[in-house]
Design a protein around this ligand. Structure first.
Ligand code: O2Y
Ligand code: MN
Length: 595
């Protein structure tokens, strides 16, 4: 038997009996195995070799045109009681769900190889890490999982030692959108995914395990599994603060995780260290602080928009040994996407001669898969078994109006309310309805594996005797002026906001107490050398009290939507902020405080 763990062998046997593969391959994660799989995929057209002079080791995969993104309406959380999944999840009763998806799996691997991928989410020797095994019939998934996780023999050894693992069963099936499901059974620590070969639907270590299943495990075991980047900010004195930040998908998490300091900051000695760009697991340490690991080992980043100007570190990372998915290519087979200044597309993401009449050359959700170690900003602390101590948690969304550039929550419970209320206003491109508020609590709406009300209660439970919790902040890089233009330049300049956040954590920066939280005054932010428009900073730091009162009322209705699962403490916090806003609308001015 390939494994010393009887339960694992039994599960592989059961799956093989159901899916009937021609052969079974246990992945060891070796270079030889990766080379053989690559050769096989180049031979059968699953991968296309890109220009090996400009992009050594890089390949391109074109997914089925109907299989290009996560599919939230087909993503289910299957708990015995529907209330445990909550109104934030699509739900199916587990017995019915197993029957439905097992019927799809029956015989689906005939003529194919069944790959067994043992993997570890997080450093292989970390007590914060958790293991899983993905069974798949896709060699492309194997190649991606090798980059995105610690995969192979070392993971198998840990699984055999611990005796438990998350089970993930995946088949690309016929890639028919009518026969596609991504099902989660958190009570059984099991995932079943059928009919998609793409990203979050197929690389089961990522969203399915590290967020949906892990959030459930985290609640049971007293930790947090979050949709957050982790970044280290080193000041000129050589002290590094680690920040965990949650933004909804496609709001620039990878850019912030790999931020390049503005020239003046670079010269002064500021450095930015990337720990992770998408997922963060946090747990209280013996000293009461929260310690975080990035459970992933690579980046599955959005290609369009990545360039020297927006994310030079990402661009530098993906010049070699990268799997590209659904990008366009130039005449000399270099990868290309919208926003890349150099080169021009001749073949689009579907392999057709590029014609602007067919839409963008690269699919808007086209991706690169690359080892995190290839980022020039990659932090060696990302391998630390105990994780990094988190000084600040930052929430943010796309809020063209109302929400200031940055504010600090007055305490943990207020911070949980701020995270619960976060979200984005829709743009015309997304839905057709402009300016509609879509709340996405802690950026976990598509990823929380249980009832959001219970999740808020879990967050609140960290505030207990002995805890030395991070401060919580909210940022908004997307505020627009009356002319519809962004008021804040964003990208590297965001470090100025992070500097204030860090100095607040150190007790060094000033702030003004307001009804919605603590805001920097203009003089508290370092804006030297920044070409802001006249009045922009005042607008970025202003609070429109009547509109905020309406916002907080809306937050109250949102909390009500989770019924009795929403903790009373959070309702009380919402009422406290509403009352503060009501009293702030009287003429008395609130005192400005310096820390
Ligand atoms: O569409 C997909 O399958 C990828 S989704 C994704 C990938 C990397 C990081 N974040 C996300 C996300 O949707 O949040
Ligand atoms: Mn994400």
């Amino acid at each position: 038997m390939p494994s010393k763990l009887e339960a694992l062998n039994r599960w592989v046997d059961d799956v093989a009996r159901l899916t009937q593969p021609d052969q079974i391959h246990w992945c060891d994660g070796s270079d030889a195995e990766a080379a053989a799989l690559r050769a096989q995929m180049l031979a059968d057209g699953t991968l296309i070799e890109l220009n090996q002079t400009t992009h050594p080791g890089c390949t391109l995969h074109r997914s089925h045109p109907s299989d290009v993104a996560r599919v939230e309406h087909l993503t289910l959380v299957c708990t015995k009681n529907q209330a445990d999944a909550g109104p934030n999840n699509h739900w199916m009763e587990p017995t019915q769900a197993h029957a439905k998806i097992d019927a799809l799996f029956a015989g689906c691997m005939k003529g194919r190889t069944l790959y067994v991928i043992p993997y570890c989410m997080g450093p292989i020797d970390s007590p914060l890490s958790r293991c899983g095994v993905e069974i798949t019939d896709s060699p492309y998934v194997v190649a991606n999982m090798r980059i995105m996780t610690r995969m192979g023999s070392a993971a198998l050894a840990r699984i055999e030692r611990e005796g438990n693992f998350v089970k993930g069963l995946h088949s690309t099936g016929e890639l028919d959108p009518q026969r596609r499901f991504i099902m989660h059974f958190p009570e059984e620590l099991t995932i079943k995914s059928y009919g998609s070969g793409y990203g979050g639907n197929a690389l089961l270590g990522k969203k399915c395990h590290a967020l949906r299943i892990a959030s459930w495990q985290a609640r049971t075991e007293g930790w947090l599994a979050e949709h957050m980047l982790i970044v280290g900010i080193e000041n000129p004195q050589g002290q590094t603060h680690y920040i965990a930040a949650a933004f909804p998908s496609a709001c620039g998490k990878t850019n912030l995780a790999m931020l390049i300091p503005p020239e003046g900051y670079r010269q002064a000695g500021w450095k930015v260290w990337t720990i992770g760009d998408d997922i963060c697991w946090m747990r209280p340490g013996a000293d009461g602080r929260l310690y975080a690991i990035n459970p992933e080992a690579g980046f599955f980043g959005v290609a369009p928009g990545t360039d020297h100007g927006t994310n030079p570190n990402a661009l530098a990372s993906i010049q070699r040994d990268t799997i590209y998915t659904n990008v366009a290519v130039t005449a000399d087979l270099q990868p290309w996407w919208e926003g890349l200044k150099e080169g021009a597309p001749v073949t689009d993401w579907q392999g057709r001669p590029y014609d602007p009449a067919n839409g963008p050359a690269a699919h808007p959700n086209s991706r690169f898969t690359v080892s995190a170690r290839q980022a020039p900003s990659w932090s060696p602390k990302a391998e630390d078994a105990q994780g990094v101590p988190i000084s600040a948690i930052v929430f943010g969304g796309r809020r063209p109006s109302l929400v200031p550039l940055v504010f600090e929550a007055r305490d943990w419970a207020h911070g949980v309310l701020v995270g619960a209320a976060m979200g984005s206003e829709t743009t015309a491109a997304a839905t057709g309805a402009v300016g509609v508020m879509r709340r996405d609590s802690m950026a976990m709406k598509p990823f929380c594996g249980y009832n959001y009300g219970d999740y808020f209660a879990h967050w609140l439970s960290f505030d207990k005797a002995g805890a030395k919790l991070p401060k919580i902040f909210h940022v908004n890089w997307f505020r627009k002026g009356a002319d519809g233009k962004f008021l804040w330049p964003g990208f590297g300049e965001n470090l100025r906001v992070l500097e204030w956040i860090i100095e607040r954590c150190e007790g060094r920066a000033g702030a003004q107490e307001t009804a919605i939280g603590l805001l920097p005054r203009a003089q508290d932010l370092h804006t030297q050398g920044l070409a802001l428009r006249e009045g922009a900073l005042d607008e970025l730091l202003a609070i429109d009290l009547p509109r905020w009162a309406a916002e907080v009322e809306d937050i109250g209705r949102y909390l009500d939507s989770f019924g009795e699962h929403t903790p009373a403490r959070l309702h009380a916090e919402q009422r406290r902020v509403a009352a503060e806003l009501a009293s702030a609308q009287t003429p008395q001015k609130r005192a400005a405080v310096a820390s």
